[in-house]
Design a protein around this ligand. Sequence first.
Ligand code: ADP
Length: 397
Amino acid sequence: MIAELPHNEAERLAALLEYNIMDTQPEAAFDDLTELAASILDMPIALVTLLDSERQWFKSKVGLATTETPRDVAFCSHAILHPESILEVEDARLDPRFAHNPLVTAKPHIRFYAGAPLVTSDGRALGTLCVIDHKPRKLTEDQRHLLRTLSRQVMTQLELHKKSIELKELGKQLQKSNRELENFTRVASHDLKEPLRKIISFSQLLQMDLGDDLLPQAAESLEMIMDGSRRMNNLVSDLLELAKLGAGPLKLTRFPLKVCVQGALEALALRIEESGATLLLNELPEIEGDKRLLTQLFQNLIGNALKFTDGAVPRIEITAGQKEGQFVFGVKDQGIGIDPSFQDQIFEPFKRLHNRDQYDGTGIGLAIVYKAVEQHGGRLWVDSKLGHGSHFQFTLG
Ligand code: ADP
């Protein structure tokens, strides 16, 4: 007899589709469960079967060569009509629903069948975990309990399968949006900076061409235009750098950390020379990290140590130590220091404790440092007292 369709057939089929499981490759997690069912219940055949509109397909099978059968002859079609209970057929030859079924009258000569429906949390039966024998049998209460328990395990595996596909899909979307963001930052960088460069260079041309002919007030205005444009240029660069930071995975390699300090010092060479700063470099170990990002980190920290001095000659130390089995690196200065009540805020983008007349800057440097450390799985903090220098320290996870 052909089984009637479940009352929620359309939703059931939709749910099955969501699991993306039909016609997928065998998976050990499912095969382990059918093996278990066959061996503990001592059955020659155990199957994880899933029913779509046309057929029952076996996600996992023990003791059977075929991969699917038409839905019309599937015992499972009957089992899913009652998601809450096991369908047990002690002798198929004696059951009018199955006596003339070709799976009974011919190979694989089913006599005994017990199927526990695989039910989603909202009550849709996708298929069964079933065991089959070539001779009539009857399950004990314990065996029925076991089959139910195993069927819930199959359902857990189906959920995991669904989640892992969703995760892969999310990963792909994330990669796509990262690529788009990178594209955006590249284009924005070019498009925003190009007109700025024009403003700066034409202002310079004006200054050179008109020179002494400029009224003092006009000369001052021109100077302000150039100053504003330069600041905007720095702001755009820093903002783009901050945006780029979260966008891609780290390029992790193993290298001596001093390479990054050297890179930062080269980039700051002019400012170091002009300020007459003294620098003390401690021994640094080999680490695993993103070289470009860590160079930028040191450049920002050393740059700040050069800047926030209140006119004194900067004295800067690159520190390295160990705490609870972890390397701790740092940049220590003897500059103006930071009021403890503001120390939490300085890592936020645009947070500055001084106005531009005192110290130039965009307020993004420490936000970049913070993100770089965070991306390495590390921690960043500052020890400082107003007027007594600052020691920025970080770990790399
Ligand atoms: P910026 O340097 O552009 O102002 P940062 O994000 O690098 O921005 O720093 C944020 C604020 O933290 C600074 O404006 C300054 O007030 C404070 N700060 C950072 N580094 C130091 C330092 N070495 N000594 C004293 N203050 C500092």
